[in-house]
Design a protein around this ligand. Structure first.
Ligand code: AMP
Ligand code: MG
Length: 322
């Protein structure tokens, strides 16, 4: 299959309406979209990514009026979070409305919903005029794609089109919050910080309590995607507290907030100006290291505050070669 490149959201949307698979930019990472009502297209999407069928997809909408078609029993907490953070980098899990194909939600009775904020994404989703089921636009298990070129490298020849946009401004995936039962609970740290969420939901839970596990299973069961190996480049990822812990031996790279004494010792070296900057470049850095034949990527650990929490979550997963 030839993957078409386009800069026109209307052209990309027309392909979605014809049952095609189209990657598109968002402020977080690139998504790979299919019409959420089209079971065949969604099945093809799982195949193109090599994504396990038990890992549900996020349903992307352009406007809140599309919500009722895919969800029911939306709690006050869910409404409050949507009011404050939509459009934006928050995904809210609510109860699924029955006609939504179960392949989208991997058989769960809940559905994850997000309304991205990037202007071109909104134009694309408006023109689709259907909810768009979209996981991140990378081969399953790989770092998310934050540029259209990364999408092309991973999925070129396997998907119908790529809507080209700028490199993603946030560079890390959306925050996922379960609002399907009781007090909202964090399922995946992401581009919207917990501190910001707690301004709206002060009681937001971040870890499964014994009661949750007994009532509904743990986070792995509630958010099946978190079970799978994720975010890993081909190179080995090693976490360090300080760049001085790295012993230069060629074939290696470093990314962190602190500057190494001898940056020239690193083939690839990125000193981030802030935690936001670290998040923005991380996946692209992983991919650049791969292309450069780097074998070991040293990543400095950072404080788990704000977006630092999501960065540390991704680093730990990338470092796990399960
Ligand atoms: P991705 O878009 O590839 O980054 O993955 C979407 C994330 O959202 C995965 O971690 C999924 O497990 C999670 N997710 C999607 N739908 C649901 C749902 N109904 N309940 C819980 N988590 C979900
Ligand atoms: Mg993903």
């Amino acid at each position: 299959m030839k993957t078409r490149l386009t800069d026109d959201p209307a052209e990309a949307a027309a392909l979605i309406r014809r049952g095609k698979l189209v990657a598109f930019p968002t402020e977080t990472v690139y998504g790979l979209g299919a019409d959420a009502w089209d079971v065949k297209a969604v099945a093809a999407l799982f195949n193109a990514k090599g994504r396990p069928r038990d890992n549900p997809l996020i349903v992307h909408i352009a406007a809140l009026r599309q919500l009722d078609a895919v969800a029911v029993c939306i709690s006050e907490w869910a409404r409050a979070l949507m009011e404050h953070f939509f459009p934006g980098s928050l995904t809210v899990v609510v109860r699924r409305r029955a006609p939504l194909p179960t392949i989208v939600t991997a058989g769960l009775d809940t559905v994850a919903v997000r309304m991205p904020s990037l202007a071109v994404t909104r134009a694309f989703l408006r023109a689709c005029a259907c909810p768009v089921a979209a996981p991140s636009a990378n081969r399953s298990g790989r770092p998310s794609a934050t540029t259209w070129q990364a999408v092309q490298n991973d999925l070129g020849g396997r998907i119908d089109a790529i809507l080209r946009g700028e490199p993603c401004a946030k560079g890390i995936e959306s925050t996922v919050v379960d609002c399907s039962a009781g007090m909202p609970r964090l399922l995946r740290a992401g581009a919207t910080s917990i501190e910001a969420l707690r301004m709206v939901v002060p009681g937001l839970r971040t870890a499964a309590t014994a009661h949750d596990v007994a009532a509904a299973g743990d986070t792995a069961a509630r958010s099946p995607g978190m079970r799978h190996r994720h975010y890993a480049p081909d190179a080995r990822v090693v976490l360090v507290n300080d760049p001085s812990e790295v012993e230069p031996h060629g074939d290696h790279a470093y990314i962190g907030l602190s500057k190494p004494a001898e940056p020239a010792d690193f083939g690839q070296c990125y000193v981030a100006g802030s935690a936001q900057d670290y998040a923005r470049v991380l996946f692209d850095f992983f991919r650049r290291c791969e292309s450069a034949g780097i074998r070991t990527i040293y990543c400095q650990v950072i404080t788990e505050r704000g977006i630092g929490r999501a960065v540390m979550d991704r680093l730990r997963r990338a470092a796990t070669r399960a």
